[in-house]
Each structure stands twice: as structure tokens, then as C-alpha cells.
Design a binder for this molecule. Sequence first.
Ligand code: TXA
Ligand code: MG
Length: 337
Amino acid sequence: METKLLTSEQYKEAGAILKKGGLVGIPTETVYGLAANALDGAAVAKIFEAKGRPQDNPLIVHIADLSEIDDLVAYVPPVVYDLADAFWPGPLTIILEKSGIIPDEVTTGLNTVAIRMPSHPVARQIIKAAGVPLAAPSANTSGKPSPTTAAHVMHDMNGKIDAVVDGGPCEVGVESTVITLATRKPRLLRPGRITPDELEEVLGDELIIDDAVLGKLKEGERAASPGMKYKHYSPSSDVFVVKGPLDKFKALVEKEANDKTAVLVFDGEEKEFDIMTLNFGAEDDDLAHAAKLFDALRTCDDEGIEKLFVRCPSDEGVGLAVMNRLLRAAEYKVLEV
Ligand code: TXA
Ligand code: MG
């Protein structure tokens, strides 16, 4: 199949492809999504095939207007309206008990469904043009870092999907915050741009942080969010997170480096290294770390890098999301120097 590269002005064409049961890579403010009509089980099934996604990892349903939620879920707890007021449209996904119109392909048989209203203007235009809610996981091949540009999507999906809409680089760079309200207490399943503190302010209640958010699941432990149990965000390069001051980081890298080694370092530190350097933004800029991480991991793969040493970022604020993705990419290899 030929994969068309569409401009953001061609959102109507993207909508028409989706309406007919096709697959389209779409920009969102977090990462690019691989969209299909969420109400068409056969279309949704093709997403799993294109990504090589495990059959038990459910998808997020994207809406453009709050009123669309009524048909998709069994009932809407009042706090959803408070969360929507504060964070929608935006990078928050809310899991609720599903209604009967959601095909099993979307939820992989669970009785809950994940809903998100993205803020990216092109994503919103595409959803409206399609006239249906869109099921969309991140548009990467399963296990690879999520795509933050249309070129990343083309790299993974060219020939496998109908089209990709180029909406420029994603602003946030890590996937949405996922919380479930289908449990007795609200629970954070995946950290993102909306932080636990911001959520608690609206919930007026304690937000339970799922063990899988920073810790590694123990053997046999059940993942509340199936996506948390898979090896994720992993480039082919071996990634090491290095905790400690720059001089010790530098000493470690000098000892270990060969011509297939790279470093991911903060602003101003590049000049310390004579191997390939990737920029992580300013040391205290968690938003920059989020925006740059996946592109850096993908660049390593493209350049045939075998070992990547990463300056350990803060895990405060949006840093919680950055560390969550980085630790998975590194398969939890953290070196203290
Ligand atoms: O920012 C994002 O959320 C992006 C853009 C495209 O919207 N999408 C995204 O989708 O990251 P995906 O499929 O890569 O991640 C969805 C996560 C997975 O970890 C999945 O297991 C979880 O949400 N999830 C979806 N439905 C669920 C449900 N009913 N119960 C528990 N977890 C669910
Ligand atoms: Mg994903």
C-alpha cells in the first residue's frame, strides 16, 4: 500500500479515509497517533497489525467535543466534568466503564475504555471531519519510541497505513497522562504532561500512583494498564541512565566510549565530549527533556549507536513522565557515579 503524506490543510481527506475504515497517522500535542474509526472493529483491528501491537493492549478513544463521551461510557462520574474543565482539550486520558457501542477490538475485552480529547488543532479538525471518535495508539512500531514528527511515523509505518498528516513536531513529546476512575480511588497509570499535583488539585482527593509508574513490575504481577508490562520505548541502542555530577559522567563515558557511543546531555555540556552528543535541553527544563527524549532515542537508532549514556534528569513535575519512559528505554539500567 502507498502511504500518502498529507499536509495539515488536507484534514478533510484524512477524515474521509478514516470514515471509510482506513488508517491515518495524525499529529497530537503529545505524540503522533495511528488512528482508525473507534466504532469500527475491523478498522481498529488493522491498527494492531500495522504496529505489531500485542492483542491485549487496549487503545485510547479520541473525541473532539465533551458531549461525545455520553455514548462511549456507561456513565460519567461528575468529577469528569471538573477534569475536563481543567485539562480538556489536552494531554489527559481518563479511563471509565465502557458503553455497549465500543467494539472489543478497542478495549481488548476489558469493561473499561480510555477517553482523551486532544488539543492539537489538526487532530481536532481530523476527528470532526471523520465524524466519529478515533481509536489511536502512538503511531510507532510496537516497542519502539513513540513518534514526535511525521517523519518518525513514515519511518515506522510507510507502506502499512493509508496516510500520515504532517502537523509539525509534537509540543509535549511524551504520551498523555492516564488515570483511571474505574477503580474505587482515582489512580495514575501513566505519568505525562499533566502532573499528579495538578490532578489532585482538581480531584480534591488523593491520587494513587500505580506501582508500575516508576518501579518495575515484579514477575507475575498484574499490570493495571496493560501497556505498562511491555518492553517499551526501546531503541536498538543500549541505554544507560547515569546519576552523578558531570565530571564523573564524563570520566565514565571516556572509559566506555567507542565510535558507536553517544551521550544525551544538558545545554552547554556538549563541548566536553568528542563523541556524538544529543541535546536534552537545559538541566532544569523538564518540558524540554520531555520534548527531546524520543527524537534522541530514534536518532541513536538511525546513526547505528550501540551505547547511549544519558545525564539523569529530574523526576519532579513532568520529569516523572520523562523518567518513566527513560527507565523503560534503559531497561532500568541506572549507574551511580
Ligand atoms: O498521548 C497519547 O496518549 C497518545 C496520543 C496518540 O493520544 N496515545 C497513546 O496511546 O499513547 P498508546 O496506545 O500508546 O497508550 C495507551 C495506554 C496504554 O498503556 C494502554 O495499556 C492504556 O493506555 N490503556 C488504554 N485503555 C485502557 C484501559 N481500558 N484500561 C487500562 N489501560 C488502558
Ligand atoms: Mg504507545
